[in-house]
Ligand binder design. Structure first.
Ligand SMILES: NC(=O)c1ccc[n+]([C@@H]2O[C@H](COP(=O)([O-])OP(=O)(O)OC[C@H]3O[C@@H](n4cnc5c(N)ncnc54)[C@H](O)[C@@H]3O)[C@@H](O)[C@H]2O)c1
Length: 431
């Protein structure tokens, strides 16, 4: 292609990370941004003026959708990516979506079929696969450093209680307030699938008791655990949510037939990446311990070092995959792997609601496995689920009072995006 790719970004909050990458990328340009929240558009307008760039700004999706773009990045609400992605693919645009890939099993099928009929690039921005330590695990596993996986763990623990006002704005229906324990699962599951190259075949889900302060901030779900059987028989344990610890944790561990590798869980005390490899004598081996650095496009990656060095790569690999770069072809996460990651969480919640029973994970690469899920709309969003609506937690809960959302919104609006120091002071539930 003799010109830069024309890319638009839908959702300017988290989407601003992608906007920053596009400002700097040699093969793509930011041509449009859409967000209904005007301050986010104003910020882009100011930046674009400073850079002498022309960026079209839209406060509604329809006008954005009709703008002339080669590709879009969807950083809108986490439960709404698939329907927008399908429309964009059907219009002939390449699509990169933030986490998560789909809200329902029906959307998983629809998304895969939209990618197949469009022939366009779909990429999944699971940046936790590209953190310095998890990306290093991917490369070391590929070179055979620990042999074949037998057991692994992925952990994304992030207590967002203090920042809840800034990420839910006091909106009762915000996806973060409606999400169930195992929905936001791909930060912990994702790297286990990219590192090992395996596919999930079965999942059992668990929900921890909800944190007592959650309801006073507007949400009722506990943290999620998925016990996943991989297609070589290995077991993967994923845990994610707002359990109490600081700093937050993004840790991964892989046991294989020749050794193991793991993240130091309190990074200031230890090296980030640790690998044990057995020698030709049983139970005797060597350790390697180091802090990995970016390898691919290292200079550019260091400029986008948020999220453990990861935030260049999803956008970069998306752009380069469109342009036919084989490195990007290898590392960009395609729709099948994205759906593998996302549906483990959807099906884990079925498991939880049915007494932690094992649920088979379909391989939606196979057209013959799709029909069973085509009409499965179960989720916690009433407009999507219809009569298949699920409760937001497996633990009994009541409806949260409006006053709780007013309290959270006041912190966000009146206190100028302050952190919450305490939950709503009083009984958060309606009588
Ligand atoms: N990968 C990561 O590290 C990471 C970190 C944070 C958020 N995320 C993801 O990024 C996405 C966005 O999350 P967020 O933190 O920015 O919060 P968010 O979901 O509250 O924000 C979404 C943004 O999109 C805008 N938006 C949504 N629907 C719109 C519509 N129909 N028309 C116009 N504007 C619309 C909203 O105004 C908001 O600014 C989510 O998918 C989330 O999972 C990923």
């Amino acid at each position: 292609m003799d010109r830069k790719l024309r890319i638009g970004v839908f959702g300017g909050y988290r989407g601003h990370t992608m906007i920053n990458v596009l400002y700097a990328h040699p093969h793509a340009e930011l041509v449009a941004v859409c967000d209904k929240y005007q301050p986010l558009l104003d910020k882009v307008r100011t930046e674009a003026e400073e850079k002498g760039m022309n960026v079209a700004l839209f406060n509604n999706f329809e006008d954005f959708f009709n703008y002339d773009m080669d590709a879009v990045i969807l950083a809108n609400y986490a439960n709404e990516h698939a329907p927008f992605a399908i429309r964009c693919l059907d219009k002939g645009m390449h699509v990169l979506t933030e986490v998560l890939p789909c809200e329902t099993m029906a959307q998983a099928v629809e998304l895969i079929e939209a990618v197949e009929r469009s022939g366009k690039v779909y990429a999944y921005a699971e940046n936790y696969c590209y953190m310095n330590h998890s990306f290093e695990m991917w490369r070391r596993y590929e070179e055979g450093a620990i042999g074949e996986v037998t057991y692994c763990e992925g952990e994304y623990i992030h207590d967002c209680s203090a920042i809840w006002p800034n990420i839910t704005y006091g909106e009762r229906d915000h996806w973060r307030n409606r999400m169930y324990a195992t929905f936001y699962c791909t930060h912990s599951i994702g790297p286990m699938l990219t590192v090992t190259g395996r596919r999930p075949v079965q999942v059992v889900g668990f929900e921890t008791p909800p944190d007592p302060c959650s309801a006073g901030l507007g949400t009722v779900a506990g943290s999620g655990i998925e016990m996943i059987t991989l297609d070589n028989g290995a077991i993967a344990r994923s845990v994610h949510g707002g359990l109490k610890r600081e700093p937050s944790s993004t840790a991964y561990m892989f046991y294989g037939t020749k050794g193991m590798m793991e993240t130091a869980r309190f990074k200031e005390e230890n090296k980030r990446f640790n690998l044990y490899r057995e020698s030709d004598k049983l139970c005797i081996g060597d350790w390697e311990k180091y802090d990995p650095e970016p390898v691919i496009e290292a200079d550019m990656a260091k400029k986008f070092a948020s999220h453990g060095g990861a935030d260049l790569y999803a956008t970069h690999f998306f752009i380069e995959k469109i342009l036919g770069n084989p490195v990007a072809e290898k590392y960009s996460i395609d729709v099948y792997r994205a759906v593998d990651m996302g549906i483990c969480g959807i099906l884990a919640y079925r498991s939880i609601l049915n007494g932690n029973v094992p649920i088979a994970v379909p391989n939606l690469r196979n057209p013959e496995e799709r029909d069973a899920w085509r009409n499965d709309h179960a989720c916690t969003t009433p407009e999507v689920a219809g009569d298949q609506l699920l409760p937001p937690s497996s633990f009994p809960s009541k409806r949260i009072k409006d006053e709780v959302y007013d309290y959270v919104r006041d912190i966000w609006v009146k206190d100028n995006h302050a952190n919450a120091e305490h939950p709503y002071p009083g009984n958060p539930f309606e009588e």
